[in-house]
Design a protein around this ligand. Sequence first.
Ligand code: GLP
Length: 272
Amino acid sequence: MRVIVERNPEAVARTAAQFVARLVRRHPTCVLGLATGGTPLGLYRELIRMHREEGLDFSRVVSFNLDEYVGLGPTHPQSYRHFMQQNFFDHINIDVRNTHVPDGRALDFEAYCVQYEKMIEEEGGIELQVLGIGSDGHIAFNEPGSSLGSRTRLKTLTAETVRDNARFFATPEEVPRLAVTMGVGTILESRQCLLLACGQSKARAIRDTIEGPVTAQVTASALQLHRDVVCVIDEEAAQLLARRDYYLEVERLQARLESGQLGTLPPGKQPL
Ligand code: GLP
């Protein structure tokens, strides 16, 4: 796992956007996995800026979102489809037909979830999956106890998640109790994962994810089993990490390597 600790959420957004933009430039038909929540908002703002000012081209990009609330249609102001349109898709040149957000009102969820997995597979799989993290360490809506091999399915939300998400709804009673979500196993199949976290409220989840044991009680910890994970977090989210200084040292050396200050590595050799 690569851990990049940035000074503040703005720097997290800029660094994360560099990862996404590099992929989109290198591979204009890439398949992105996208997330909702407050954390990736800065990333989307930065990508919109890059689209407007630097011509970052999303016209052939395909996207799959992690999850959606059950019962909310695409025009509901709190649906994740609506969130993605408002905060990202409406401001870039992505073809909306290439964007996929799970359907929160599918008639047959079992069949729909199988179909969602199949669509991802038919596009060749997800190349870069953007992830936020819940305060209990969940990714997408894979609540504690979710199988680490799980696939797209319905999930009951915990009281903690319902409480966390209540801020977006007029009353706590309106917060959906069920979601359709990619599974941990689905997420682990993406070629690269980009985990973002900001703020003190995420410090415990980040410590458990990066330095704790791999456990279904903290579904993000399954990322330790993935070969290519980059965590971009701010100082506050990093404050409980025991090896924080080591991660900073790795990045310092990485920067020196990239600028040629440590000599060149033989082709194909990765230092980290
Ligand atoms: C929800 C979403 C997750 C997200 C989490 C944290 O549970 N399903 O994908 O990571 O909220 O959201 P925020 O970034 O607003 O803290």
